[in-house]
Design a binder for this molecule. Structure first.
Ligand code: G3I
Length: 397
């Protein structure tokens, strides 16, 4: 009986192969997941795979590969710099939308979603604003109304075109700051107090009813001691829980994912646990700025493979940990890398003493690295029951 069924199946297979052999070469190509893009493989799980985009590189005629990879490999894009306040309003009252509009138009052409980055951050603020506050010509009451106007102006302009907005970025200190007890840090907290966080979400929601509104930060990949005085993930968890409790329209938490191979980092289960706990509050999550940098030792710079290989492998392992954890949590909506090529990465310009780099998934010549291959493998070899398709959240009112 078994033998007969097996023989029958074999005959069908032979007949099918004969039919397939008769069709044109392109149609008979077997399904090969390794030939699929990250965006296509992510789609199997409803997961959007994204990159930050450097608009100068995107516009550079000498960089066709940059444009092709942005278009082909990713289903969501983030402006690396051009939606920041200093870029949008370099002089008071005069908004320059050109580069940000270009990013949104490019995404539309490419069939990509846009993560808006960023409405409120203490960094990359226009000089007229920080100077005005420093010299006392802008007092705190005016500052609050300027912030409200900025959020309203930007979120209104892109209403309906932004999938996820990073409404507030990096509001919380790190244990190495002074004082070391975690606190609300930076320009906005200093001048407006921590209440600006709730205000920002309310103003953003009033201007754009359809975007998912995110709080975005680094060093919140996993829980630590559980003490909000020194565990940043716990501090952020308590903060967003408090916001939800007060009816503030927050939809998600973005975990940036800037890691380095010289640190201890995390395992998949720790990261999945953190995502799961945020999901337990009814929030979406996303990895928003993933890169994994390494020390560029003398050996690395001299091309010593014994020094380079372990770094490339450790970097890949960290991309893998974050992506696998994201896949495991249906409320983890997207996985965005902060630049995809070492040719255009913020890392070497920022960490130069000692030098660091090798942080992205393609090398400087646009060759995919082990980290790219491992991300691809994660997307290929994942599925039910532990990896299910993503949830579709409704923006909170
Ligand atoms: O725009 C000027 C340009 O006019 C000038 O010629 C050039 C010379 O250095 O500098 C340009 O400004 C640079 C800007 O990027 C645009 O390229 C700044 O010096 C540089 O500091 C700035 O760095 C950005 C950094 O944010 C600023 O904090 C990085 O590109 C950007 O990747 C980085 O992104 C942040 C996220 O927004 C938030 N999370 C952390 C992440 C990494 O720091």
């Amino acid at each position: 009986m078994m033998l007969r069924r097996w023989m029958a199946a074999g005959l069908v297979a032979v007949a099918t192969a004969g039919v397939l052999n008769a069709v044109p070469a392109t149609a008979q190509r077997p399904y090969d997941p390794t030939a699929q893009s990250l965006r296509a493989l992510g789609q199997r799980h409803g997961l959007y795979v994204g990159t930050a985009v450097d608009m100068a590189a995107l516009a550079d005629p000498a960089e066709p590969r940059y444009r092709e990879i942005v278009r082909d490999e990713f289903s969501t894009v983030t402006a690396e710099n051009v939606m920041k306040w200093e870029s949008l309003e370099p002089t008071r009252g005069n908004y320059d939308w050109s580069a940000a509009d270009e990013l949104v138009a490019t995404a539309r052409r490419n069939g990509q979603k846009v993560r808006g980055h960023v409405l409120v951050w203490h960094s990359q603020l226009p000089k007229w604003l920080t100077d005005g506050v420093a010299d006392g010509s802008i007092d705190n009451a005016e500052l609050r109304s300027i912030l409200r106007r900025h959020i309203t102006t930007v979120a209104s302009r892109y209403r309906g075109k932004i999938w996820q907005w990073d409404v507030v970025n990096e509001a919380v200190s790190d244990p190495w700051d002074t004082p070391s007890t975690l606190h609300y840090k930076g320009f906005w907290a200093e001048h407006l107090g921590p209440g600006y966080v709730a205000d920002a979400f309310r103003w953003a929601r009033a201007a754009d009813p359809t975007a998912l509104l995110f709080y975005n930060d680094y060093n919140i990949e996993a829980f630590g001691s559980g003490d909000p005085a020194n565990d940043k993930t716990q501090f952020v968890f308590d903060m967003v829980k408090g916001l939800l409790g007060r009816g503030v329209p927050i939809d998600g938490v973005g975990s940036q994912g800037h890691l380095g191979t010289q640190y201890g980092n995390y395992d998949t289960l720790q990261v999945a646990d953190a995502l799961h706990r945020f999901a337990g509050l009814g929030l979406s999550t996303a990895f928003t700025e993933v890169d994994v940098r390494s020390r560029l030792t003398d050996g690395v710079q001299a091309g010593d493979s014994e020094e380079i290989n372990p770094r490339l492998q450790a970097s890949a392992a960290n991309f893998h940990v974050l992506l696998q954890a994201c896949l495991a949590e249906p409320r983890c909506l997207s996985f965005t890398v902060w630049g995809f090529t070492d040719r255009h990465s913020w890392v070497p310009g920022t960490f130069d003493d000692p030098p660091q780099g090798l942080a992205t998934i393609y090398d400087e010549n646009y060759q995919p690295k082990r980290s790219y291959q491992l991300m691809k493998a994660d997307l290929i070899y994942a599925g039910p029951p532990y990896v299910r398709t993503r949830a579709t959240p409704k923006p909170r009112r």
